[in-house]
Write a protein that binds this ligand. Structure first.
Ligand code: PEP
Ligand code: MG
Length: 576
């Protein structure tokens, strides 16, 4: 019987394929007394050999998709599997305690993990060794128990990934050729899995609640990333309807593609800047292919997250240079690192916090003692790259004017330092802030005197204004981009910037939201930055609308509406 579920439409497109469950299997086992210890040792050898084969294959795949350096972690895992001391001890335990292979494996590897963890304060490398052993033990245990560990890198047939959530690095490993969509229990339009799905152009339905417990591996599912509908075991008619919806969407995309090189001009002749959000230099191609006029947000934290160490000044310089050159002189807003919240680094310990989204993150880290050195490194790399294009530097999570001043001072200092070292720095660099904390939105008039530009980060601005976690399904009804309170904050920022002759962009998901775009045009937003895949659709919409009508619409929404539904009705009637 077909079963229907509804989630959040997070990345456009439609797919029908078998489910691939990316969930951790149950690895529970019982400790059993055995008489035939030879048999247990043989079981262990078989499981070790199978694990080694799996890891070699994963490594080979990872080398192709992620590069030799990133794949090196699997060498460390393979080394654990052939460590004679540890394997000798496991076998010894089987014989001495007459216990099954599972129990002996766990006992000995636990001991090694405890040993290495105890040494990690003197030698940080030991923490990595402990993590490697833990990882490998899981795989060997799975092989002993005859259960399959999910290995997304090995997928070689068309599937829809079903998971609790997907981390950015898991998402980055997915091969678009085979992964036709993903469906998760948690997450929403602005979670980082949604951002990655959009960049990779993989349809996604997020926040279904409990898809992982409803669907079995290999079961057929249909997912519509345009509507948020998911059907498990769809009948023939449902499959046909989903496939049709997918084809219609592809047709629409082809129509939009014709606008790739067209200017973004409204029916009454006003130009808006349509920009793309990117996560790494490879995304520049998608931005250009989709006709973006700029990069409105380069989330540099992915550079940090995809590495096993703080990227050096030269490594960062190469990445920024590639993006600036790739955009051929079109403006590029580079956001300094926004670590914290749901974005973690394997090599930089963040404190456990009650409210990580309200805690030590982004510019707060950059300006603190613990993050100051890496901030200087990033700024130097950016300034050195500035001569290769049109650079705009942007600071995330600014609450105070004094935070902006402190960050800007570091930019100014590093310009002086670099020039003293004989390096060239462009003289047209703009320095601005993200407006994603309500305090900055309210005090925009004061900020506007000092910054070169604003870019409104609605993903965070909405969560902080509504006091509603952007990842929490239970309060997702409060996540209201078109709530008049949010619209008024946005209008305040835009007006404040214009009064000082500055400009305002938007790089949160709201900038590409087709219901919000008419309102934002009417409010005078200058730049709209969104996932590259939304650029052409937005250009098509803007071309059909008159700014003068949108000004009247926005004015009405700002002054007369009390609820989101009233705003939506107003927009629908004005854009029909
Ligand atoms: C935002 O908060 O709107 C934003 C663009 O930044 P991020 O989604 O990376 O927090
Ligand atoms: Mg943000």
């Amino acid at each position: 019987m077909a079963e229907k579920l509804k989630g959040i439409a997070a990345s456009s497109g439609v797919a029908v394929a078998k489910a691939y469950l990316l969930v951790q299997p149950d690895l529970a086992f019982e400790t059993i007394e055995v008489t035939d210890t030879d048999k247990e040792e043989a079981r262990l050898d078989t499981a070790l050999a199978a694990s080694s084969d799996e890891l070699s294959l994963i490594k080979e795949k990872a080398e192709k998709s992620l590069g030799t350096e990133a794949a090196a972690v699997f060498d460390a895992h393979l080394m654990v599997l052939s460590d004679p001391e540890m394997i000798g001890q496991i076998k010894e335990t089987i014989r001495a305690k007459k216990t099954n292979a599972e129990a002996a494996l766990k006992e000995v590897t636990d001991m090694f993990v405890t040993l290495f963890e105890g040494m990690k304060d003197d030698n940080p490398y030991m923490a990595e060794r402990a993590a490697d052993i833990r990882d490998v033990t899981k795989r060997v245990l799975a092989n002993l128990l005859g259960v399959t560990l999910p290995s997304p890198a090995l997928i070689d047939e068309e599937v829809i990934i079903v998971a609790e959530d997907l981390t950015p690095s898991e998402t980055a490993q997915l091969d678009k050729q085979f992964v036709k969509a993903f469906v998760t229990n948690i997450g929403g339009k602005t979670s980082h899995s949604a951002i990655m799905a959009n960049t990779l152009e993989i349809p996604a339905v997020l926040g279904t609640g409990d898809i992982t417990s409803r669907v079995k591996a290999g079961q057929l599912i249909a997912a519509n990333g345009l509507t948020g509908e998911v059907v498990i075991d769809p009948d023939d008619a449902t499959q046909a309807a989903f496939k049709q919806a997918g084809e219609d969407y592809q047709k629409q995309k082809a129509e939009w593609a014709a606008l790739k090189d067209a200017a973004t001009v409204t029916a009454d002749g006003k130009h808006f800047e349509l920009a793309a959000n990117i996560g790494n230099p490879k995304d520049v191609q998608g931005a250009n292919d989709n006709g973006a006029e700029a990069v409105g947000l380069y989330r540099t934290e992915f550079l940090y997250m995809d590495s096993d160490h703080f990227p050096t000044e030269d490594e960062q310089f190469e990445a920024y240079k590639a993006v600036l050159e790739g955009m051929n002189g079109k403006p590029v807003v580079v956001r300094t690192m926004d670590i914290g919240g749901d974005k973690k680094l394997p090599y930089f310990k963040l404190p456990d916090e009650m409210n990580p989204f309200l805690g030590w993150r982004a510019l707060r880290i950059s300006l603190s003692e613990g993050g100051n050195a890496m901030f200087h490194t990033q700024i130097r790399a950016l300034l050195r790259a500035s001569i290769y294009g049109h650079l705009r530097i942007m600071f995330p999570m600014v609450a105070l004017v004094t935070e902006f001043r402190a960050a800007k001072k570091i930019v100014d200092e590093e310009i002086v330092n670099l020039k003293a070292e004989g390096q060239k720095v462009a003289d047209n660099i703009e320095v601005g802030i993200m407006v994603e904390i309500p305090a900055a939105a309210v005090l925009a008039d004061q900020f506007a005197k000092e910054v070169d530009f604003f870019s409104i980060g609605t993903n965070d601005l909405i969560q902080y204004t509504m006091a509603a976690d952007r990842m929490n399904e239970q309060v997702s009804y409060l996540y209201q981009p078109y709530n008049p309170s949010i619209l008024r904050l946005i209008k305040n920022v835009i007006d404040a910037s214009h009064k000082e002759g500055k400009w305002t962009g938007m790089c949160g998901a709201m900038a590409g939201d087709q219901t919000a775009v008419p309102l934002l045009m009417g409010m005078g937003l200058d730049e709209f930055s969104m996932s590259a895949t939304s650029v052409l659709q937005t250009r098509s919409l803007m071309k059909k609308l008159n700014v003068s009508d949108m000004e009247a619409l926005a004015n009405k929404a700002l002054t007369e509406c009390a609820t989101v539904d009233e705003v939506i009705t107003l927009v629908e009637s004005a854009t029909k």
